[in-house]
Design a protein around this ligand. Structure first.
Ligand code: FMN
Length: 208
């Protein structure tokens, strides 16, 4: 099956946040959609710590990222685990309705968990909107913008990118969506290969 048409689907760029007692959690996500005027859906990987916290606390916020978002913010929330590092250590935020709201975004949508649909990899969480605000008029970042402008530039200029490329003797596959690198002796990825970071299939991987 040629899945290339899936690349034509459009997404935004968000950080989904929640709070477990004193622990602030959050993850980068592109899979957010509005269902109706008071319901939104997010799709979160079952392995994400944020997913566990949202399912337990039944409350979360969608922070809508603008085009001028620092790539480091997206990486911190998109590659690290909330139960291993404090992702909020260098981030400006405030607690609203008991969930962390990141400063300098386009705005936020705060939800209570309304329903969920479990798949083998992801949980689709339906949220009932309880509070929301547009905090400025910056343009919201799209997934396409992230891939083409932000991530492309960062990958190519990062010093580690060069040195890793020179020293490895393995085949290196890079996720075009989130930048995850997978090294293997195999010439090709298996058909059922999924990105452990963002969940996309092998067709999104580029061989270096
Ligand atoms: C650009 C980008 C988009 C992502 N989109 C999603 C997404 O829609 N759903 C998801 O579950 N994870 C997504 N991820 C992966 C999570 O952000 C990542 O696994 C994170 O480290 C989980 O953190 P946590 O364990 O603290 O929840 C994305 C990552 C990146 C870099």
């Amino acid at each position: 099956m040629d899945k290339s048409i899936l690349k034509k689907l459009s997404y935004g760029m968000y950080i989904i946040t929640s709070k477990e007692q004193n622990l602030l959690v959050g993850c980068t996500a592109n899979s957010v959609m509005q269902i109706n005027s008071d319901t939104v859906a997010i799709s979160l990987n079952n392995a994400n710590y944020t997913t566990k916290v949202i399912l337990e606390q039944k409350k979360f916020a969608i922070n809508i990222l603008p085009n001028n978002t620092d790539i480091e913010l997206i990486k911190t929330f998109g590659f690290k685990k909330s139960n291993e590092v404090n992702k909020f250590a260098n981030v400006s935020y405030e607690i609203i309705d008991e969930v962390p709201i990141i400063s300098n975004t386009c705005g936020y949508i705060i939800c209570t968990l309304n329903n969920k649909i479990q798949t083998n990899t992801h949980t689709i969480i339906l949220g009932k909107i309880i509070n929301l605000k547009q905090t400025n008029s910056l343009e919201a970042m799209t997934y396409k913008y992230y891939q083409e402008n932000l991530k492309g530039t960062t990958n190519k200029t990062a010093p580690t990118y060069q040195s890793e490329k020179k020293t490895t003797t393995k085949n290196v596959f890079v996720c075009k969506i989130c930048g995850y690198r997978y090294e293997t002796d195999a010439l090709e990825l298996p058909d059922d290969f999924k990105c452990p970071m963002c969940g996309v299939g092998k067709e999104y991987f580029e061989k270096l």
